[in-house]
Write a protein that binds this ligand. Structure first.
Ligand code: GLN
Length: 232
């Protein structure tokens, strides 16, 4: 710490991709990073004795940034996957999600499940589980975008038949931002667990995170933050 700041808490640098409501987004008025993950990180950091500095990055840049020491943690609605676990370590899960399909209402009659997406143009966010699932659909073409709002814009412009993305984010979009002309199609996709990522082998930070998250679960802080972002 520099002179005069001897009492300041050390900084935890946390990468995020803040267009993923309600997990992380920028408050239009205050310009603050807000959302479920942001509150969870701030609360965990308080337990751990850190002050948080959020860094705005592309979703596909988060794991490389961790690996090259540019950030200490990533908080971005990130699903724990076997592939990612080879590169980073994940904290205990902070949220359970699943992928769903979003289509224009005019296509709701013809797209009832993933099977109906064979050979279609799909939109997804770069580097996400949704993009990966799209690529496994026979004959489908996945147009990849930097952010989820970009995929929804393209869907709205009929540049693709469907977006594959996380259910809570799709539902938040439909509820909060209208989405009057779109509907969610349920899929049989498996349950996923989201967690925060840290550099592989950073056991000290990982243990501190898990201890903080366990304490938050126990004290009811997690439930309170959950309630704030996911009720009604
Ligand atoms: N949960 C998804 C994933 O990890 C999407 C995350 C995101 O777009 N921020 O791939």
């Amino acid at each position: 710490a520099c002179a005069g700041s001897a009492l300041a808490a050390p900084v935890l640098t946390v990468g995020t991709e803040p267009t993923f409501q309600p997990f992380e987004f920028v408050d239009a008025r205050t310009k603050d990073f807000v959302g479920y993950d942001m509150d969870m990180i701030r609360a965990a950091a308080k337990h751990m004795g850190y002050q948080v500095k959020f860094v705005n990055m592309g979703f596909d840049g988060l794991i490389p940034a961790l690996m090259t020491n540019n950030i200490d943690a990533a908080a971005a609605g990130m699903t724990i996957t076997a592939e990612r676990k080879k590169k980073v370590d994940f904290t205990r899960p902070v949220y359970q999600s699943t992928q769903v399909i979003l289509v224009n209402k005019s296509d709701a009659g013809s797209v009832k499940s993933e099977k109906d997406l064979k050979g279609k143009n799909l939109c997804a966010q770069i580097g996400t589980v949704g993009a990966e699932f799209g690529r496994k659909i026979p004959g489908a073409k996945v147009k990849a975008f930097n952010t989820l709002p970009d995929t929804i814009l393209e869907l709205n412009n009929r540049g693709c038949t469907a977006v594959i993305a996380d259910k809570p984010v799709v539902e938040y979009f439909l509820k909060q931002r209208g989405g009057r002309n779109m509907v969610e199609v349920q899929t049989g996709y498996p349950k996923e667990e989201m967690a925060f990522a840290v550099r592989k082998g950073n056991k000290k930070l990982l243990d501190a995170f898990n201890k903080a998250l366990a304490a938050m679960d126990k004290s009811g802080e997690t439930a309170k933050i959950h309630q704030k972002w996911f009720s009604t």
